[in-house]
Design a binder for this molecule. Structure first.
Ligand code: HMG
Ligand code: MG
Length: 284
């Protein structure tokens, strides 16, 4: 059967956007439940500045508190060397560097131009690889930017090429504000596929305007087989005004299953995890 992998990002991309501090124990409980669902990779930590994203300040405690399931890689965001050092100390299994295809979002999200950010990522990727940690790359605003508007596919391809050259094993393409129309996603993927084979690309679609699944379908046609999802549709980005949650893992699972793909995930556990995620959100 054809395989699609869902990379669970809810405990990071989902929870980072919650205003009220969610208890570390609740985050740990969510990750522990997700660990039973059959994911190979769960992003559950973010070693960014706690002043910029207070919700993620307890990332080391989350990684220390979870019951690590065999065969699951617990992933963390690392924007700079300080983030990487914290991730290594907390025993993250893999890390991610995250850039943007648009200048406006790059500045708002990581306080750096695209060029500065790429320079900053180089030593991070090198040191992570030296420490034996796989490095994933993200490119945000691959179709629309909340500050700069429509993004040129050539610019996305350029940043993808730069992250590829740093040795990222996979690059996730973020429709950060969930405004990408399938035609725009199509044009972007046509440009990006010139730089990196589809087997090394992932789709990261926020679902603000309800087009995430249509965009997943376009990406499947381009040969992508990894998609980021968040249980319960949690999320958004604090530095992307108007961004809603990631496409929900349950909807993604149902959608690709109907198209004949196998995710290897247990739907009953996903339903329980989505309920837990929604309850955390209501309490938060
Ligand atoms: P900066 O202020 O330019 O950093 O922020 P700095 O190097 O000048 O340092 C300022 C202070 O922050 C210093 O502390 C540093 O020690 C501290 P002070 O001396 O003032 O007490 N600091 C740190 N502390 C802990 N961990 C660190 C760290 N780095 C510096 N790693 C920085 C630059 C990148 C740090 C900041 O802009 C930042 O943290 N940004 C992250 C924003 C973020 O997390 N956004 C959400 C994640 S991205 C996303 O959601 C998109 C994605 O889902 C894909 C998509 O949807 O498109 C991935
Ligand atoms: Mg995101």
């Amino acid at each position: 059967m054809n395989r699609v992998e869902i990379f669970e990002v809810g405990p990071r991309d989902g929870l980072q956007n919650e205003k009220k501090q969610i208890a570390t124990a609740d985050k740990v409980a969510l990750v522990d439940l997700l660990s039973q669902a059959g994911f190979a990779r769960i992003e559950c930590a973010s070693f960014v500045s706690p002043k910029w994203v207070p919700q993620m300040a307890d990332s080391a405690d989350v990684l220390a508190g979870i019951a690590r399931a065999k065969g699951v890689s617990y992933a963390a965001l690392t924007p700079n060397m300080k983030g990487l050092e914290r991730a290594i100390e907390a025993r993250a299994d893999e890390v991610a560097i995250f850039g943007s295809a648009s200048e406006g979002f790059s500045k708002a999200n990581i306080n750096a131009s695209i060029a500065e950010s790429l320079e900053r990522f180089q030593p991070v990727a090198k040191a992570a690889q030296a420490a034996g940690l796989p490095v994933r790359g993200y490119v945000s605003c691959v179709v629309e930017c909340p500050y700069d508007g429509a993004v040129d596919p050539a610019q996305v391809a350029y940043v993808v090429g730069a992250l590829r050259d740093m040795g990222c094993y996979e690059i996730s393409l973020g429709d950060t504000i969930g405004q990408g129309r399938p035609e725009a996603v199509e044009a972007m993927l046509a440009a990006v596929s010139q730089e990196l084979e589809p087997a090394k690309l992932a789709g990261h679609f926020h679902d603000t305007s309800g087009q995430a699944l249509a965009n997943v379908e376009v990406a499947l046609q381009h040969g992508l087989r990894v998609f980021d999802g968040a249980v319960g549709g949690l999320g958004g980005c604090p530095y992307a005004p108007g961004a809603a949650g990631n496409v929900s893992t349950e909807a993604l699972h149902d959608f690709v299953s109907k198209l004949g793909y196998d995710t290897g995930l247990n739907p009953a556990v996903l339903t329980k995890a989505a309920e837990m995620a929604r309850a955390m959100r209501m309490e938060g």
